[in-house]
Design a protein. Sequence first.
Length: 78
Amino acid sequence: MQGLLFIQDFLLRGICETPPFRDFSAERFARFHAALQEVFQGIAAASALNEAQTEEQIIDKTLAALGWDSHSLPQVNM
């Protein structure tokens, strides 16, 4: 399990006990699924996005679809 962010037991069972998981209704999931389809529409599986493009085109939009758009800070290069 070295290098994994979560242990398998948490992902299979423990996460179901968390309030965000319990509050994620089927309707909200459907909206999130539709938003993800929009995010990935037009991005080919073999595309060669760099890190900044991936953050802008995929990660930021996915976080926004989850309602976390005001909680992220862009990376700053020195």
